[in-house]
Design a protein around this ligand. Structure first.
Ligand SMILES: Nc1nc2c(c(=O)[nH]1)N[C@H]1C(S)=C(S)[C@@H](COP(=O)(O)OP(=O)(O)OC[C@H]3O[C@@H](n4cnc5c(N)ncnc54)[C@H](O)[C@@H]3O)O[C@H]1N2
Ligand code: MOO
Length: 399
């Protein structure tokens, strides 16, 4: 068995490059941008009024003028215009183009409008209430960098520069496979000796958050059907995530069949708990990467979160980051396994603290509900003190 640290490194050493693809903007949320995005015009593209009111030329104010004849109204969406006389004003709406020879906007609340004339009730300052052309970004500037994650904020910018389609990092075609004769579909009523499949749904949901829609498959504990399905999956998919059938049981056929199908074993078994019997390998011919997770629901979940997510990030070109949190309680380690302990986060004076979640082993999937993530404690010492910082792997959005 290899150490947790070595297993993690070996998984990252086998990251892949799936290239780029062109997609419509409507499908881009959560994806990784694969091109620098350049402003196609100035932002804003013209001197923009930021208040509803009147537009004037400030020189009139310098001459002591306080009443202005109204020449007309400029609405948002109207082409650029000018004052025919700089002693006059134009009514102007927020978002409209400032008239070429105007330089100041005064909001309605600071003028009295009567019989076609506007009288100031508060002196303006020169240039007020204008969002100057190019003051946010100049045409040609890079507004989004390659490898950024596209969230609603980036979607707005992409839309504003006219990216109806864009280049993103391509995602691997992925199969998720549950194994075990005891498992039935969620729509079924299990017999007393059966349980409903949950891991496949957890993985489907987790991959969905990464923009991957996997192909779900199920295998009975039968060598011939496992062989058949896995052979086909290795041809059709770039990644296979399996759960179950990797331990020492009489029906744990997965490692043997993966070996038969020329999937090279990189490691089997990690000095960690939960998730110890994790099997990881690569089919050299197809390049398919196989993550074969132990079937206990928390074991599958911890290994997906710890290994697969960082492997995917690295494969897509996203820099990896490490979060550390302070312990809210002492943690004592016995034995030689690295522990990935279910933890709940608390905010104390703006800093994150982790307490342990009460749990009942790696079969206790209900314990994942109060869990915010896993803390990682290595057995290089026996006691981790209160306040000590440890690595934290989130399992949900933290804020
Ligand atoms: N002699 C030994 N026995 C076991 C060892 C060991 O080292 N020596 N390791 C234990 C550990 S640790 C784990 S973890 C499990 C992993 O076993 P498998 O990967 O072979 O998983 P299964 O036996 O197929 O299932 C384990 C458990 O999880 C349930 N399960 C499986 N798949 C699903 C699913 N899709 N949805 C919900 N629940 C699932 C399954 O019913 C079992 O209860 O091995 C220990 N044994
Ligand atoms: O390694 Mo297992 O996941 O503890 O039950």
């Amino acid at each position: 068995m290899i150490s947790f640290k070595d297993a993690y490194q070996k998984v990252l050493d086998h990251c892949q490059d799936y290239g780029d693809e062109q997609i419509p903007l409507s499908q881009a949320t959560g994806r990784i941008l694969a091109e620098d995005i350049v402003a196609d015009r100035d932002f804003p593209p013209f001197n923009r009024a930021t208040k509803d009111g009147i537009a004037i030329n400030y020189k009139a104010i310098e001459k002591g003028q306080t009443t202005f004849k109204i020449e007309g109204v400029v609405a948002a969406g109207m082409p650029s215009c000018s004052l025919s006389d700089t002693a006059n004003c134009l009514e102007i709406m927020t978002g409209a183009v400032l008239p070429e020879n105007a330089d100041t906007v005064i909001m309605y609340e600071h003028v009295i409008i009567e019989n076609g004339w506007a009288t100031l009730i508060k002196p303006p300052s020169k240039g007020q209430d204008i969002h100057p052309q190019g003051s946010d970004q100049k045409k040609g500037n890079v507004v989004l960098r390659k490898f950024c994650t596209i969230t609603p904020a980036e979607i707005g910018v992409l839309a504003a520069v006219g990216k109806a389609t864009l280049k993103v990092r391509a995602l691997p075609s992925t199969a998720i496979v549950s194994t075990g004769n005891e498992l039935v579909d969620i729509s079924e009523t299990p017999l007393p000796h059966q349980i409903r499949k949950s891991n496949i749904h957890t993985l489907f949901s987790a991959l969905g958050q990464e923009g991957i829609e996997p192909t779900p498959l199920h295998l009975a504990d039968d060598k011939e059907s496992i062989r058949k399905v896995l052979r086909k999956s290795l041809q059709e998919h770039k990644v296979i995530l399996l759960s179950g059938g990797v331990s020492k049981g009489k029906y744990d056929f997965i490692p043997e069949i993966l070996n038969e199908l020329q999937v090279e074993k990189i490691f089997h078994g990690v000095k960690q708990r939960p998730g110890k019997p994790f099997w990881f390998g690569v089919q050299k011919e197809t390049g398919t990467v196989v993550f074969s997770f132990p079937g206990n629901p928390v074991s599958t979940f911890v290994n997906y979160t710890t290994y697969f997510k960082d492997w995917l990030k690295q494969s897509l070109g996203i820099p990896l980051s490490e979060i550390k949190v302070a312990l809210k309680e002492e943690v004592v380690i016995k034995g030689e396994l690295t522990l990935l302990l279910r933890a709940k986060l608390h905010l104390l004076d703006g800093k994150l603290q982790a307490s342990l979640v009460k749990e009942n082993g790696s079969g206790d999937l209900n314990s994942l509900v109060p869990t915010d993530g896993f803390i990682v404690v290595a057995p290089n010492k026996e006691v981790y003190e209160i306040g000590e910082y440890v690595v934290f792997i989130p399992t949900r959005r933290l804020l």
